[in-house]
Design a binder for this molecule. Structure first.
Ligand code: ADP
Length: 373
């Protein structure tokens, strides 16, 4: 049986392992936290730092295939493992391009993929020489996630709070909608494109509020979004699964925002709402099976369950019974022991024919279900 290792043991790893149970595969997880969401679902759990060269190298030597559930891994070790015959999804070179937002934006530019205009700045002092670019969005090259490395600089008064690190300074896009298109490719020229997802964001936490699939967008916009997602995936020249996040602006133009070279939050609904989920799809790619069917079985909405404000400690799920009683919901709790404000603790997928009804119901669930301590 093939041995497959996952770098990172969060909820993405957990859901990947749930899908692995359908296939003949021995699973390994590398993660620092012995109580992480994926720790109890794999065959072999290895405690260690995914950013450390020797740790990743030694972990990778015992498996045939490796994948990631987060970008902040040691790419040098992956490159060496690849050269020694371990199959790595995505390829380390593609991961290197994406891992750093500066490299990622330069890649879009090089491939002539529409993305918000930007400049690269080395530090805060360099920002001061580019005040004419403001207002703009500053994104640190490495180390940010879930909106933590991204902020809007409205004018010179915001400089004191800017990131003092190599970063991208990007023009503000008048965003009308945020979309994501997930593409799987097996490296033999075959690809599967999931229906576009539309994402609605929480204005304060900058964390996903709810998402809808298929996205409610004109056909031409969908075509553009799909074409751009394909350009990104072709350009990266790597098998695997990729979530391409895009903006639709007020004129209907579409821009690539960023790409995740892995399973992604924007695809969680595919577990119940697609024929082959993003997790199932990645196993098919890694194990050499035919690609699955990415089509939607029904429209769906997805709500992240995040830690409520003002509560930190052992997690309790207030209102859970009410949500579990609903006939068209699927509840996923990630098994995280402790909660804190904004922490992703789980998600709820709703399926149904009527989009309005799904949105309404998502609002009801948002009020009902709270993670407290
Ligand atoms: P992260 O990698 O932390 O998710 P993103 O690059 O996706 O960061 O940015 C987070 C959010 O910030 C986006 O979802 C979007 O709402 C907003 N944002 C990012 N870039 C721009 C931009 N150029 N113009 C306007 N808003 C932006």
């Amino acid at each position: 049986m093939q041995k497959v290792g996952i770098l990172g043991g969060g909820q993405l790893g957990r859901m990947l392992l749930q899908a692995a149970a359908n296939y003949p595969v021995i699973t390994y997880v590398l993660e620092n936290d012995p109580e992480c969401p994926a720790a109890h679902l794999c065959h072999h759990f290895v405690l260690g730092d995914i950013r450390d060269y020797d740790t990743v190298y030694n972990f990778g030597r015992q498996v045939d295939t490796l994948t990631i559930e987060i970008e902040s891994v040691n790419v040098d070790a992956l490159e060496r493992l690849e050269s020694e015959g371990v199959k790595v999804y995505p390829r380390p070179r593609a991961l290197r391009t994406i891992k750093n937002k500066i490299h990622q934006k330069l890649f879009y530019k090089e491939k002539e993929i529409p993305t918000a205009p930007f400049i690269v700045v080395e530090n805060r002092a360099a920002l001061e020489t580019h005040l004419a670019e403001l207002p703009a969005v500053q994104k640190i090259g490495e180390g940010g996630y879930d909106g933590k490395g991204v902020q809007v600089l409205r004018g010179p008064e915001d400089l004191k709070n800017s990131f003092d690190a190599p970063s991208v300074l990007e023009k503000l896009v008048p965003i009308k909608k945020e979309l994501a298109v997930i593409v799987a490719t097996n490296g033999r020229g075959e690809t599967a494109i999931y229906p576009a997802t539309e994402m609605v964001f929480h204005p304060e936490l900058n964390l996903l509020d709810y998402q809808l699939c298929p996205a409610d967008i004109p056909r031409e916009t969908l075509w553009k979004a799909e074409a751009l997602a394909m350009m990104v995936v072709r350009g990266l020249e790597s098998p695997g699964i990729f979530a391409v996040e895009l903006f639709m602006d007020s004129r209907g133009d579409v821009w690539v925002n960023e790409t995740a070279p892995r399973v992604h939050n924007s695809g969680h609904h595919t577990i119940e709402a697609a024929f082959s989920s993003q997790f199932d799809m990645l196993w098919r790619v890694m194990l050499g099976y035919p690609l699955g069917n990415p089509d939607a079985r029904q429209p769906s909405a997805l709500l992240n369950i995040v830690g409520a404000d003002g509560f930190s400690g052992d997690a309790k799920y207030d209102g859970l019974d009410d949500v579990l009683k609903m006939g068209n919901t699927f509840v996923h709790l990630y098994g995280k022991k402790t909660t804190k404000p904004g922490r992703k603790m789980g998600h709820v997928t709703l399926v149904g024919k009527d989009r309005q009804e799904l949105v309404y119901q998502a609002g009801v669930i948002k009020k009902l279900l709270r993670v407290i301590a």
